[in-house]
Design a protein around this ligand. Sequence first.
Ligand code: HBI
Length: 358
Amino acid sequence: MSNSLKLLFISSPVGRLGSGVGGGVELTLRNIAVEMLKRGHAVKIAAAKGSTAWGLPLVEIAGVPQTSLQTQQRDTQVTIPLSSVLANFWDYARQVQTDYDLIVNFAYDWLPFYLTPFLNCPVAHFVSMGSLTAAMDQIIEKVAIDFPGTIGVYTKAQAQTFAFADKCRCLGSGIDLSLYEFCDSPAPWLGWVGRLSPEKGLEDAVAASELTGMPIKIMGFLQDESYWHQIRRDYPDAPVTYEGFFSTKELQQRLRQCRGLLMTPRWVEAFGNVVIEALACGVPVISYRRGGPAEVIEDGKTGFLVEPDSVEGLVEAVGKLDQINRYTCRQKAEAEYSTVAMGDRVEQWFRDIFKQHT
Ligand code: HBI
């Protein structure tokens, strides 16, 4: 294809790709890379040493990971550790930039935004979270102004956490639906999927499980052990089990059996990929009316939206799960959240940036 693009993807520097430390952005990077390759573009992924790229073209970069920003304070200073993998990512990008038409940044970190004007190759920034710190807001806004159209986000709700919401391009998300098998006969338990970390509000899902007596299977990266042990102490009688962190294949085998998925975000979840993974399996989603999930779930049709932080609201919604037609959930995922639908949106974004730069 003559107008194919040569794309360099720079991964999140918080952990090895495939480890789950990078949360939803790992799935986003993978799905976009696979879809761009299918469309005839060239893709190379730069990620931390020891990463898996699921067989995709990978260059492994050594160095010390960045501290995860999502648990920091708003006035957190920008830090670069000794032998920083983030610094090494962008020194590599500088060295090879003439081999590419576009660099795509997936890191929610200050350095890639600051370096954008220092590079000759255009940079597309996939911003994977809402507003978290003053320093990040400032540097992202500077790039949004100096390089119009290069800031991509998942949802309007996420964009609206920034003062420059109107300068963000909403890309939604997408998953490979062929990996998710529709289930019409669920088991008698609920699911909760995500990093076990305070901003995910897991304690509310556990409280709802104790109140309804309905078991919950918890799946995801155990990011904060003390947080999890505190929940176990606070709700000793809740019928919950932590199942572990799974690959997509193993996750969907458990997720598809759930009667419903609970989403209890304390923060503005930028998108919540697990929502569309659940819908793809026919699993209705009950979520606080907050952030990305509130834009994806159709209240009463593909799940229920609940007053934020209201455990009673979660309990009431669990009692109504039988009202949802599970096949409607699958159809919604197919219509809007396939990798093809996401690929169309992202490819157009890349082309618009490339056109503007040449
Ligand atoms: N923290 N410093 C930093 N950089 C990231 O790229 C990052 C993060 N915290 C969380 C995170 N990325 C991802 O889990 C979310 O973007 C999904």
